[in-house]
Design a protein around this ligand. Sequence first.
Ligand SMILES: Cc1cc2nc3c(=O)[nH]c(=O)nc-3n(C[C@H](O)[C@H](O)[C@H](O)COP(=O)(O)OP(=O)(O)OC[C@H]3O[C@@H](n4cnc5c(N)ncnc54)[C@H](O)[C@@H]3O)c2cc1C
Length: 293
Amino acid sequence: MKHVDVLVRGAGIVGQSPALSLGRLGLQVGLRPDDPRPGGTPDVRAYALNAASVALLKSLKVWDALPADAATPVYDMHVCGDAHGSAIDFSAWEQRAGELAWIVDAPVLERELGNAVRFSPHVHVLDAAQAESIRADLTALCEGKASAGRAALGVRFERHDYGHSAIAARLVASAPHQGTARQWFRSPDVLALLPFDSPQPQHSYALVWSLPRERCAELMALDEAAFAAALMAATEGAAGDLQLASPRAEWPLAIAQASAWCGPGWVLLGDAAHLVHPLAGQGLNLGRPTWPR
Ligand SMILES: Cc1cc2nc3c(=O)[nH]c(=O)nc-3n(C[C@H](O)[C@H](O)[C@H](O)COP(=O)(O)OP(=O)(O)OC[C@H]3O[C@@H](n4cnc5c(N)ncnc54)[C@H](O)[C@@H]3O)c2cc1C
């Protein structure tokens, strides 16, 4: 193959979704994944997806392929502020929606998108040599925040450091979550417990905890029991006894935006174009399907 309509570089969730969507329109798409890296820790990412993202995944026939414990509906959200008992509550019932959001297992979603790519007659997975030699009318750079393709185009990535890192992990809780997401927006930390059904249905959470770097390093250095105790103190026991069910992963947090999002023959998508704080739950949700289905 010497020519494709669109070459997509990067096969994360953002890369695979438009590759499949464009393939469904009958365009010839080349998809260049990153080379696999040996080792690494288990992927504990879980994302809150809104109705538009779920609708896109449904249209790609990927949503219904997810195992039941990989997508958990959120029916209620309880958000606590700083002192003085400030809080906001939302419910799907009040919003007249089936659910407020879905908490989705990111590695399982990437795997199911990969399965859909394998069955797509118009999406061609390319190795490095093929990707270098192929001609494309449009190259979509979906390489994430450290996109080398963006740098090669000379596009600046204007970055503001929050001075925070996020800890992500899977937890099990003594009390059932009942579809309630809990968030604490306060100074200096921001913490989210997102209801999840794996490893234990109704008794699991995905944790995202944003903290000043030094405090984050201290918490990462604690053993599991001491970390669980710190988590209990931070959540005031609101979700019952919490225990780690996975290793902890850490991300430095920044807000960033590319100085240009598109130019002749290229476009930046996803984190290659913009990076936002994970507690907003918007990184993926900022993408919107606007093409005909
Ligand atoms: C802790 C945490 C929680 C989050 N929670 C949410 C949430 O609740 N809701 C939400 O919407 N968003 C959330 N986000 C944001 C979300 O993770 C990102 O917006 C999303 O992963 C971006 O996807 P992406 O495909 O653009 O980038 P990535 O997921 O980084 O994927 C980029 C891919 O490109 C590959 N790649 C890199 N360089 C090359 C190259 N040169 N050639 C080929 N491939 C390459 C990489 O290996 C990778 O597979 C969260 C982020 C974090 C850190």
